[in-house]
Design a protein around this ligand. Sequence first.
Ligand SMILES: [Zn+2]
Length: 132
Amino acid sequence: MPEVRGVVHCHAKYSSMFAVAHRPIPAGIDEFVIYIGGDVPCAPYRQSGTDELATELAALLRDRSAALMANHGMVCVGGSVQDALHTTLVVEHNAQIMWGAEALGGVQPLPEQPVADFRGVYEFVRSQMWGT
Ligand SMILES: [Zn+2]
């Protein structure tokens, strides 16, 4: 992925809660699709530091900017380290919101058309603006 010029890995509290539960963080807010590309998927558990974990993450990060590692934490990518850090903050902020929405009865999905439109914005930014 030559467009990726920055990576952030962390053990942020709310994102890690989803990782421990082996659940994706749902893209329940427009900005999440714009900056992340969609739900944040959770890679199956692989031991920290192994090539197997890297392979699982690389597959998930081809079409979005963040992925969870089961029982571990998250990894975010971007066009720069600053971009990847911004993505990390967006993911953690939204993980807290989705956790709260679950407590209120469940996350209601965004309609399909805005998701498709914002997904297009994400793909344009990643393909045309990252790495420039
Ligand atoms: Zn770690």
